[in-house]
Every structure is written in C-alpha cells, then in structure tokens.
Design a protein around this ligand. Structure first.
Ligand code: NAP
Length: 247
C-alpha cells in the first residue's frame, strides 16, 4: 500500500507514534521516528527492527528540527508522509498553573507541530500527506485542561490553514483526534501495573464504548489519512474516541 513511500513519525518512540510507525512500515513505507530521549528511541528500534531510522531531536528546538531534516534527506532523499504526533499532556488548573507550565505545553504541542511541518516541507514530494495529532479535548470543556485543550484546538486549526496553504504543492493536511488511549502518557511515576489498570478502568467507564482505546486503533486512521485511500480528504479531522466527544 505504501511501497516506495517514506515517512517521518515524530514521537514515534512510544504510544500512538510507535504503533503508527509500525503500521506504516508494515504497509511498505520506509519509516523514521523522532523523539527527544535516545533511550526510548533505542528501545523502539529494538522493538520495530533496524530498518527503522531513529532521529534524536526535540521538536521545540529549531536547530534539532533542521538536523532531523538533513538526516532525513541523507537517509531517504525526500518525504511523502509526516505524522506530527509528538506531544505532552498534563493538568493546568487555572488557579495554580505557572508561566513555565504554559510555555512547556504550548512549545511542544503548538510550536513543535508548526515548526516540524516547516522544517520537513522542503523535502516533501507532490502527493504527500501530513497528519497532525489533535485530541478529543479540542472540542469539549473539561476542568483543569485549559492549556492541553487549547493547544490541540490550535493544531486542529493548523490542519485547516496548512491544508489551504499547501494545496498548490499537492500536499494534503488532515488530523486524527484520539480519545483516551492507553499509552505511557497516562502513566505516572512509580505507578504499579495494578494501579494503572484501576485508572484505565475508571477512565474507560467515562467513554461510551466502555474502555480506553488502543494505540493501534489510532494508527489505523493515520494509515488511512497517510495513504491515497483518503485522497479526497483535506483539512479534516478523523475522531477516534469511542464516542467520548461525540455522544
Ligand atoms: N494517549 C491519549 O489518550 C491521547 C489522547 C489524545 C491525544 N493524544 C496525543 O497523541 C500524541 C502521542 O501521545 P501518546 O499518548 O502516544 O504519548 P506517549 O506514549 O507519551 O508518546 C509521546 C511521544 O512524543 C515524544 N515527545 C514528547 N515531547 C517531545 C519533544 N519535545 N520532542 C520530540 N519528541 C517528543 C515522546 O518521546 P520523548 O519523551 O523521548 O521526547 C514520545 O515518543 C500526543 O500529541 C498526545 O497529545 C494522546
């Protein structure tokens, strides 16, 4: 399905990005993953296989993004698919959140996505597809999540604007909007597996489908948006949330 294509997955060393990298590779693409921790990248390559290219870099650093672009050019020549997925999530209650927390959220989730697209754009070929990762939180209000929700609403907006801006280059931009997905982003330090299962059950009970989602369920939508199967989709968002934001 993706034979002859190349892909970059930011945040491809864990969770949703790791599942997407695996699926894109299994469908024939040559895949590179980017993350800020070398240790996590090494673990991901051990899991995925040595055919995956690991590129260390922080999406908040324009220098790192330029280096990643250069490394991609050396490895692949050009790029057909970008899954701009790297992101962070934490609570930011209005009464207690400080400026550093504000900058951290917006730097990774908003600035990081914008400049990732800018950095790799010179490598992107006609017919390319950019998939942005938003969140079910971009369309609902939940307490303590003002900055996470606003950051993802900004990314939802990028999908529309960048789609309009890149249409002349025949590069499509769309988004995937995950619900609550079982990934390390939901795990806290020192939490036992038993404690995490209890947490996952509690969160799952808030979802109409009665459970948290699996990273592979988001990867399936990413594959669709990345491939020509979605050739008539532009500036749109696929919601994959077990009904969390829709019902
Ligand atoms: N899981 C959910 O319930 C859920 C719901 C809606 C949306 N999402 C979105 O899905 C995306 C992936 O999240 P996940 O759940 O798969 O979490 P995850 O398992 O924690 O993965 C996050 C990935 O992003 C990378 N990353 C974080 N900050 C980075 C930075 N500054 N530079 C480069 N890479 C960075 C991480 O690697 P390093 O730590 O090594 O940098 C990791 O590979 C995020 O954008 C998140 O907001 C998740």
């Amino acid at each position: 399905m993706l034979n002859g294509k190349t892909a970059l997955v930011t945040g491809g060393s864990s969770g949703i990005g790791l599942a997407a990298a695996r699926l894109l590779r299994d469908k024939g693409a040559r895949v590179a993953i980017m993350g800020s921790s070398q240790e996590k990248l090494d673990r991901a390559v051990a899991d995925l296989g040595n055919d995956v290219v690991a590129l260390r870099g922080d999406v908040t650093s324009l220098d790192d993004l330029a280096k990643v672009r250069d490394a991609l050019e050396t490895a692949f020549g050009g790029l057909d698919i970008l899954f701009a997925n790297a992101g962070v999530a934490f609570g930011t209650p209005i009464a207690t959140t400080d400026e550093a927390g504000y900058h951290r959220m917006m730097d990774v989730n908003v600035k990081g996505v914008f400049f990732t697209v800018q950095a790799v754009l010179p490598l992107m070929r006609e017919g390319g597809s950019i998939v942005l990762n938003t969140s079910w939180l971009n369309q609902v209000g939940t307490p303590g999540r003002a900055l996470l929700s606003a950051s993802k609403a900004a990314v939802r907006s990028f999908a529309r604007t960048l789609a309009a801006e890149l249409i002349d280059r025949k590069i499509r931009v769309n988004a995937v909007s995950p619900g609550s997905i079982e990934t390390p982003i939901h795990r806290s330090n020192g939490q036992s597996e038993e404690e995490f299962r209890a947490y996952a059950e509690k969160v799952g009970a808030q979802v109409p489908m009665g459970r948290m989602g699996r990273p592979e369920e988001i990867a399936a939508a990413v594959l669709f948006l990345a491939s020509d199967a979605s050739s008539y989709m532009l500036g749109a968002e696929i919601v994959v949330d077990g009904g969390r934001a829709e019902l």
